[in-house]
Every structure is written in C-alpha cells, then in structure tokens.
Ligand binder design. Structure first.
Ligand SMILES: C[S@@+](CC[C@H](N)C(=O)[O-])C[C@H]1O[C@@H](n2cnc3c(N)ncnc32)[C@H](O)[C@@H]1O
Length: 725
C-alpha cells in the first residue's frame, strides 16, 4: 500500500574509520614496502578473484572450522549485503600479509571474504569508538592472545563497567541517530515539497477539497491521488494562513486528512485519530508509513550457551548476512538476509539465540537483574525477556516466569529449556492477584504488560481495525491492576534492587503514562527513576491534551518505528521506597502482601489481618523534601472509577448495536462474577484479549477474596450511586 521504505539499519553502527586504518597501514609497513605491495596489488587481486576453495580454507595458520560452502555462499552475499546496508564492507582477509587486508579495507579488492573475516568486520564495527592509533585490533588473525578478543568479547556479560559503556554507547548511538534523522527529515521534507509543487503548480493554494472524490463512486480510491492529497493537506496544515482555503477551518483539513489516512492505510477512524493525536501531522504521516514496513530482524545471542562472535561466525557459515545490532547492545545481531530459516538452524535448536525484536531488549536492560537476585516476570510468555534476564543473572538466583495463558506458558517452557535457563520456575497464574499475597519479596519485577499492540502494527495489521473504545478502557484497567500487583510484590528493602519495570508494545498514552500516573497516586511508596537507557528513544509525555503528569514522567522512555526503526515501545522504571500502602485503603492495595519483607525499624509492616496497616509516615524524596501525592502538581485523575467508565462504555457499545443496555446488562447471570469479569468481551478478538478473559476467569476460580471493611463501604457507596443514577 504505502510507498516502500528501504530496510534501515537498526541504529547504525559507526562506519570504519579510514584515518585510523591508514595510520595502522603506515605503522605496520614501511613506505617503501607499501609501494612495493601496491605495485603487486593487481596481481594479487586477480589471484583473489580466482581463489579456490582450498585457498579459502587454508587462509589462516590456525585450523579453522570454516564451512567451505558457507564461505562460498558468503562471497556472493558480500555484494548483497553492501546493497542492503549501504555501508563499507568488513575486511576480506588473506593470510599473505596484513597489508593486503588494508588494501581490501580501502575497497580496492573485489576478493572473496570468508566467514571469519565477516566476524572480524563485525568486531570492528562493534568497537570502533575505542580504536586508537596503537590499536592492533582493527584487523588480526586468529592466532595468539590478540586484542581481537576484546573487540568481539567472548565474555559479553554486563559487568558494571560494561553497563556504563553500554549506556555511553546508547548516548553515542542516539546522537548519531539524531543526526541521521535530521538528514532524513530534511530529505523527506524536500521530497514532499517537490512532489507538492509538481501537482500544485497551477496555484499557490492547493485545492484539496476540490478533488475530494479520489475515485468514482463504487470504485476503489485512486491511492496515488489519495497519497498526494495527504501530503498536500499536511503541507497546508503546516502553513494554513498562506496555503489554506480561507473558507475552510483547520478542523476541516484535519477531518479530511484523517479520513484519507483511514482510507489509505486501512485504520478505523477511532484508532487513526488516537494515533494521529500523538504527533504533528507530518510526524503522524511518518508513523503511519513506518507501520507499513517490517522492522529489522534481530536475534539475541544467548550468553548462557555461546557468545556473539561465535554465533555470528556459525551463522555466517550458513549464509546468514548479519551485523551487530548497534552499540547499545552486546548481544543483538541484525539479520539482513538468510539462506536458511532462522528458526530451524542447529544453532537455534541448540539454544544459541532467540529471535527477539530489538525494542524488547530494552525493558530487561532497564530492569538490570543482578546475579543471585529473586526476580519476577509477571507476564512472561513466550519468554524473550525471561531468558534474557536469566542470562544476565548468569543462571544464578531465581526467576519466576509467570503467564496467565496455559498454551503460551507451554511455549515459555520450551524456550527456557532450549536456552538452558536453569534458574527459572514457570507459573501459570493470574498475576493481578497471585503474587503479592502468596509470593512477594522480589528484588525486581518486570511487567511487560498485555496491551493493544499499537506499537507493532507492522507485525499485526489486524490492530488497525480490531481495537475499539472498549479495549482502550478494559486493557489499561488490567494494566493498572497488574502494575499495582507488581509494586506490591517487590521488597522495598531489597539490598540490591527494589525495582519494577513496566513496559508495553503500545504507543498510546492510556496504556503508558496514564497507567504509571495512576499507580503513582495509588502507591505513594514508588517513584519513577531513570531507565538507564540513555538518550535512546524519546522522553515520556509530562502532559497530554488536558492531562498533566508527574514531571518525572520524562524519565520514562518511548520508542517509535519511524524514529528509532524499532517496534513502538514504552519503558518505565520505578523504585519502591517504602512498604506497601495505599493512598486509598479501599482500592486495589491488598490487605496484606508478602511483597515487603518486615521493615527493620519502626515502619509498620503489612500483616495478614484483614485490615490494612497504612503507614502514615510521609515519604521523603531523595532530597529530603516531602512528596506531594495528593492532587497538586499532577492530576486530574480525581476519582478512580474504572468500573463505572467501563460500564458506561459498555452501555454505549450496546446502544450503538441497537440493543437496550438495561435489558442486556440487567439479565440475571448464572454465576456470580466480579465487576470486571462481567465487562470482558464476549468474544475474544485477539490472543491478548482471550488471555485476559481466561485469566479473569482463572482469577475468580478458587480465589477466596478478602474484603476489607473499606471495600465493603465502597461497594455500598457504588450501589447507592448506581441506584440514584
Ligand atoms: C506482551 S506479552 C508478554 C511477552 C513476554 N514478556 C516476552 O517478552 O516474551 C503479554 C503476556 O501477558 C499475558 N497475560 C495477560 N493477562 C495476564 C494476567 N492477568 N496475568 C499474567 N499474565 C497475563 C499474556 O498471556 C501474554 O503472554
């Protein structure tokens, strides 16, 4: 549908630094020798072009496991990779001399490249920032204790120093991305203007309303014209005064634009509007466009079984064209092309890697689980993040990997076994209720929440039409409950942790900042902290439309397909700073949780009695100031009345269907269900919804709910309200 976008590199690794290479050339070989070699070069090039398989295999002194076929395949792939990545290629190597390698680096030689050399290229790309004039590791052979080991480190665990390095890398990458984006934006703007000029050459003010009919009635719309009108309208909206029709308002243009976007990209008006409102019209266009193309394929090296260099080597041997994903990750590899199915290679089956979107590394990096900790992954299936956590913890401590969906939990078990995670226990529970009471005291909790999936529309275009108003009430409601439970499951006095990471693959405010804002109000014992992910991505919104959020919301991170070329994602890191209490004891705070280990001093710990112990001690911020959680700077979430709002939406939905809400909703039910479960969709539309529904049922089953005095009073209140309505 949309104009094809070329596959962009997942955050471009820095190109090889030619000046450093020249320096090395000079140092390694004298000038006279260089001249001699240069004279001999054509002959060598010819020889290389004719290189036979035997020569490839015997290139290095040390015996290599180079797969001849794989190497041969790579020769062909080299050119393809050039085309895809548009970058200078890694170095073809020859055992003859290092100088030859340098010639190749200069791009003179058309010679063959074996798989080892590809890996060398990768290591160069990975660490080129660290290169200095004395660095021997730009190119090397496999022999001896060569610094190459540090270039493509065998030990890719994130030590403290490495973590800092990763953060620095992210900043560097981010700066590069900014520069690249600026250039791209300029280019796009120019293109847009050029094309607009071509079609509106006749007049200064493009008449987009004049050609409102882009196709004959009953016929498919002319997509070319539609696209043109979209770009024209965006241009007009950028300068309404001089380009717009004086008889038309901004709202008229926005309306036209939204309708065109719906027709062109196939969204419902409801969702198109919701997503459109996140951006300027120009950026919204880029977002919708990006949703039409797939994100780069990325695999994560499982460091419990191998290291990235060996994995890259093995896959290159099989004809896979790949590169390190970017400096921000030491375990990711972006795959450009593959001659074999990536989900069926021997390395895959042996658990050396997992196919995992780049953005889904980020929540785990933010959580930063430490060896020997006790960690909970509340919604874990199929386990991309669980297995990454397990690897970061080096198979020590304990990861509880939970998912409410049984079939998905089976997949999770499969991945855990395949990847050799031995510190992991799988549970199949509704995480909204299961953990805080039964099993708390976690050092860290990850909640990668079920969501509407508006960040992954390129993977699941069904989202464009399947998500409705009701979903945007019911799903955030569940996310709030889950996040409250996540907080209540954490031990605030954990010596190493006390952190919660909340993430979604959705870009809407309802599922991200609004959920976090809600829990900040409900749990004054948490605060937003820096994700540690550097400047990669954009800050979370501190205000949106009429809503104002906590100023620290800017510490949360948003990722967008059109900005970072990753799936749309949101990451927020919270620190629990006091025992579980609730600002409103009648709300979702459990009467007793196992989340907090008994506090050491006078702070009253939660007990197992029905009545919640509320710690009235004001919670102090790091600077010693008392935190203001009651209204004030952030609001206007005056009253939490999710159930009412959902009920209202349900009534509206039924009315739209032509049904009488009173008749339908007041029908006597066979079994008694909780407020929320009666409001779940009758028909599961997506896997998430299906799971949600199931988990709701599971939650109801066999769970004896403890009702506090406050809860009883609130219920009474609600009944009174409903009766008066
Ligand atoms: C976004 S996916 C998780 C992806 C996973 N973290 C990964 O990286 O592979 C959300 C998961 O939440 C699960 N889920 C939905 N409702 C749940 C609940 N109440 N308790 C626990 N898990 C739930 C779904 O089954 C789904 O697998």
């Amino acid at each position: 549908m949309g104009k094809g976008r070329r596959m962009k590199k997942q955050g471009p690794p820095a190109p090889l630094d030619e000046s450093k290479i020249s320096m090395l050339k000079k140092r390694k070989a004298g000038e006279a020798e260089s001249a001699q070699k240069a004279a001999a070069a054509p002959a060598k090039k010819r020889r290389r072009a004719d290189v036979d398989e035997e020569e490839v295999v015997t290139k290095t002194a040390a015996p290599k496991k180079t797969n001849v076929n794989g190497a041969a395949a790579m020769n062909g792939k080299k050119e393809q990779k050039k085309a895809v990545s548009g970058k200078k290629q890694p170095v073809p190597m020859d055992s003859d001399s290092e100088d030859d390698e340098f010639e190749d680096l200069d791009g003179v030689s058309e010679g063959s490249m074996d798989s080892d050399q590809m890996v060398e290229g990768l290591s160069d790309l990975e660490d080129d920032d660290e290169l200095n004039a004395e660095d021997d590791s730009v190119l090397d052979s496999d022999e001896g204790d060569h610094p190459r080991e540090t270039m493509f480190s065998d030990d890719e665990d994130l030590s403290d120093a490495e973590e800092r390095l990763t953060a620095a890398n992210i900043e560097g990458l981010s700066r590069k991305l900014d520069a690249a984006k600026e250039a791209e934006d300029e280019e796009a703007e120019q293109e847009l203007q050029e094309s607009a000029m071509q079609t509106n050459i006749a007049g200064d003010r493009p008449d987009v309303f004049g050609d409102a009919e882009t196709g004959q009635p009953g016929l498919a719309p002319d997509l070319q014209l539609l696209r043109q009108r979209i770009t024209d309208t965006i241009r007009i909206l950028g300068d309404l005064k001089s380009l717009g029709n004086p008889d038309k308002s901004r709202a008229d243009y926005l309306d036209l634009l939204l309708n065109d976007i719906c027709t062109y990209y196939g969204y419902t008006r409801f969702l198109a509007e919701k997503l459109f409102n996140l951006f300027t019209p120009m950026e919204a266009f880029a977002f919708f466009e990006a949703n039409e193309t797939p994100r780069p394929v990325v695999i994560r090296t499982n460091t419990l079984r191998t290291n990235r260099r060996s994995l890259a080597q093995a896959l290159i041997n099989r004809g896979v064209v790949l590169e390190p994903v970017g400096k921000w990750s030491k375990v990711g590899l972006q795959v450009f092309e593959s001659a074999v199915p990536l989900g069926a290679t021997p390395e895959y089956l042996a658990g050396h890697y997992i196919l995992q979107a780049a953005s889904s590394f980020l929540p785990v990096m933010a959580l930063a689980p430490q060896p020997n900790e006790r960690v909970l992954d509340m919604a874990a299936a199929p386990g991309g993040k669980t297995t990454y956590m397990s690897a970061l913890m080096r198979n020590t401590g304990c990861v509880i990997a939970n998912d409410a969906s049984k079939p998905r939990a089976k997949g999770l078990i499969g991945n855990i076994h395949r990847l050799g995670c031995k510190n992991t226990i799988v549970t199949n529970l509704d995480a909204r209720t299961a953990f805080p009471k039964a099993m708390g005291g976690f050092d860290r909790v990850l909640l990668d929440a079920p969501c509407t999936g508006t960040g992954v529309i390129s993977k699941d275009p069904g989202v464009k039409t399947s998500k409705n108003e009701r979903d945007f009430l019911a799903i955030p409601h569940m996310q709030r409950q889950l996040l409250l439970a996540a907080i209540d499951s954490v031990d605030h006095s954990s010596k190493t942790g006390g952190y919660i990471v909340y993430s979604t693959c959705s870009v809407t405010v309802e599922e991200n900042e609004a959920v976090v804002q809600y829990v900040l109000r409900k749990r004054p014992n948490v605060k937003i902290v820096d994700t540690g992910l550097g400047d990669f991505g954009s800050p979370g919104f501190t205000s949106y439309m009429s809503k104002k959020f906590d100023a620290k919301m800017a510490l949360t991170r948003r990722y967008f397909p059109h900005r970072e070329n990753v799936d749309g994602f949101y990451v927020c890191k919270l620190k629990k700073i006091g025992p579980t209490v609730s600002a409103n004891p009648t709300d979702d705070a459990p009467a007793a949780t196992a989340g907090d280990r008994p506090a050491k001093k006078s702070v009253p710990s939660a007990t197992s009695s029905d009545d919640e112990v509320v710690d009235k001690t004001p919670i102090q911020d790091e600077d010693g100031s008392t935190m203001d959680f009651e209204g004030g700077t952030f609001g206007p979430f005056e009253e939490d009345d999710d159930a009412d709002r959902i009920a209202r939406a349900e009534r509206n939905r039924l009315r739209r269907k032509g049904l009488n809400p009173k008749g339908v909703l007041n029908k006597p039910k066979k079994t008694k269900k909780s407020d929320e479960s009666t409001l779940q969709p009758e028909k599961a539309k997506t896997e998430t919804e299906a799971t949600t529904k199931k988990s709701l049922n599971q939650g109801g089953k066999g769970e004896k709910k403890t009702v506090t005095k406050g809860e009883k009073e609130k219920k009474k209140d609600k009944k009174g309200k409903q009766a008066s309505k």
